[in-house]
Design a protein around this ligand. Sequence first.
Ligand code: C2E
Ligand code: CA
Ligand code: CA
Length: 763
Amino acid sequence: MPAYLIIALSISIAAAGIIGAALLLVRGTNDDFAKAEGELANLALSLQERVDGVFQSIENVLRDVVGRIPQNCLQPHEFDGFAASQATKAILVGATHCLSQIVRIDLVNARGRIVGTSNPHPMADAIYLTDTSYYRALSIDASLLLYLSEPRRIPATGKKVLSLARKITDTDGNFIGIIVCTVDLAYFEKIFDEHLKTRLLAITLYRRDGTILAHRPKSERALGRRIWRPNTPLQRMIAKNSATLIRDVSWIDLKERLVALHPLANYPGGIAVSRPVAELMAGQRFEARLVRFFAYLMDIAVEAASLLGLRHVRTGILRAASESYLSRHDMLTRLPNRQLFLEELARTFLVSQRVGKDFALHLIDIDRFKDINDNHGHGVGDQIVQSVARRLRDRIRKSDFIARIGGDEFAIIQRPIRGRPQVLDLIAAVQAAMKVPVTAGNTEFDVGLATGVAVASTDGKTSTELMKSADIALYAAKSDPDSSYRLYDADIKDSRAERRALEGALKTGLDNREFELFYQPILDLATNRMWGCEALVRWKHPAKGMISPLQFIPTAEESGLIGPMGDWILQDACSTAMTWVHPLKVAINLSPVQFKCRDVFASVKKALSVSGLPAHRLVLEITESVKLTEEATSTLKRLKGLGVSISLDDFGTGYASMSYLRSFPFDKIKIDQSFVRGMDSPDSRAIIKATIGLANDLKMSTTAEGVETEEQLNALRMAGASQAQGYLIAKPMPREAISAFIEQTQPAHEAGRDEPVPERAVA
Ligand code: C2E
Ligand code: CA
Ligand code: CA
């Protein structure tokens, strides 16, 4: 290789590196300041959440200690003795060791005297805390429950601490004393240090009055001082107690700083994170000069590189520049991704608060995108996402911001806005964008979009809250068949939150054995005796009383809780059937989800072996919603192999009852209540007759459900139904009642097998 080539090559490569860096700087300079704002705000937010959590865990410990004080000790005379006891000391020492940030815990009586402590050293003299701010505040102000003290140093150890004090009252709310926790402030400093990348960044935990509780980097002057000077913007913003970005002169280093403030959510204090403004500016001036210089070098290098035909050198240059772009953009649509969107949203929020301009957040979701992907493949799905992205982008203003934040989810920050009509205009434009079908993979698709909108000035105090509001609105829009968009308002029910709550309650309900099986008798029409019972689950909610399965089975199915619940139902019903004096059948409902999330065969086998119930006494009811895949069919066949019967529930209500019936040799068909209820109409009667005829031909038996009148029962007898079930015979009843019912209505097992059952007893 000739020498000139080697030299040229190395110059070019060196230049390439420099140019790459320069390109990054060019990108950086534009929004460095705005980026710093976003970063400070995000850091303040995340520290606020962390510090709130630390205080919360301390408060939980205090609450726990107070919760352990017996009622009779919550009286002025009893309290002192209780607090001074060895048992209480053990509780206090234990609580102190729960959390490393707790230095000690003291119990103080109503007169301000320490009467119990976790401190191992015995108290020589009575110690009164009547002079402390928290004693004064909590003993005087009846409405105050909790107090965060100013910081102080423990003289013996030099430790910086503060006191978190909580009022103790009796059941009538009378002041009994205080529980005080001494908290090590070094704990917060350690948290702050994790984020202190540069010494120029400053982090402060302040009390709501501005008193500095903890400050990083270390400053001897800071502790106990106020974060603000009187009558400064910072003082006013702290007094406002909302998240903000401001520029103000810090008294700590007398520099103008960019400050992000975030109040704590549950405690009277907040977090301030700041950087000197000059440093941000200086960086920009220096970068600008550097960029000009690099641009000059770049010209030469690119010239040299292309002269030598080294195109790959240029590729390398561009790659360096694009790496930061790639991590924050979606490659399919070239739109900003979720990460960049969240940063932009936080920034827009703070800027809008500062300058007082409103904006709207639109979350947009493609209807039934999963179906498109499943039925037409991901290639088609991708093309549709691209078209939607392109059409949406064409409909927003330059000042707006659009991002792809999920597989089929887009977000638009519409900024600024001057009122609701403007928001509605954009919603209409978004809907109009999809009027023309999208062509993908030779097929035309009518693509629908659902939109949820939240407005910054009214629908959230932080960007996170705003996002949540828009999300709730989107969910409401998606579940509303009449409208494709929703604007957030406080009355929209957060149905997802409700469902999550129900899920949680179901879970604890299962742990706490709040579920119970009821049993409904089924009458054999040929013999007029009981054929067996259907097990029907109930939820005995501690507060709401008995809840119907129709209200909780769907949620149990969606959350997967039907798995363990179904296992319990199988075992409990089989065991109960074993307690009956007659060997009647027990019918148990299986959910389609159990076939997906459970080994149904194993569950049934276990229930049989644990209870000892003979398989031929067990009947499993499934509906058409159980997809008869190869796997499900084989499970059912193996169950039949054991001797278990399979019955087809709610027959006639599905779309394809006939073909479903053909795909598996069911033992029994349950005719749905809707046909029985309509038995006075000739149509329903004809359906019932045909069903019974069909079942006979297929050697299946039939149970008619929902029999409520004597006429219905007679008509069913005439039509040849095998069994009947319904309120006329008996309502579902608890375990004890069904045992008694069986004993009363069935003739003794051994004797008089063939005697008919007295009418009165079964009705
Ligand atoms: P299903 O399997 O069709 O159960 C029959 C339903 O009809 C029961 O409602 C029963 O109380 C009711 N019923 C019985 N006779 C009459 C009558 O004469 N008139 C009227 N109007 N209704 C009558 P329930 O107990 O509220 O159960 C509703 C549904 O919840 C059941 O319908 C079943 O799909 C589901 N379910 C109940 N228990 C379980 C269970 O243990 N597991 C599963 N997976 N689903 C269950
Ligand atoms: Ca059933
Ligand atoms: Ca049914």
